[in-house]
Design a protein around this ligand. Structure first.
Ligand SMILES: [Zn+2]
Length: 78
């Protein structure tokens, strides 16, 4: 079965990581190599003072975009 051409990103997790900042706009994938709550993508390095929290994707996906980095939910970033 071929993939339909769609901007929809594949989200295969139920829990994502969110920056507590009010300016945060994206949900990230939890870093599988870390015991801390932090994104898998370099965003964690850019924002060393950020506070990360894990959230249910279903509750936040309507308000936040999914991070487009390949480590997270990347793919067709618009
Ligand atoms: Zn990310």
């Amino acid at each position: 079965m071929s993939q339909p051409a769609s901007p929809q990103q594949r989200v295969d997790v139920e829990t994502a990581v969110r920056n507590r900042s009010q300016y945060a706009t994206a949900l990230h994938r939890q870093d599988p190599d870390s015991d801390d709550v932090q994104p898998a993508c370099p965003e964690a390095d850019y924002r060393e003072d950020a506070e990360w929290t894990d959230v249910p994707v279903a509750a936040y996906a309507g308000h936040y975009g999914m991070c487009g980095n390949p480590e997270c939910f990347g793919g067709e970033w618009r």
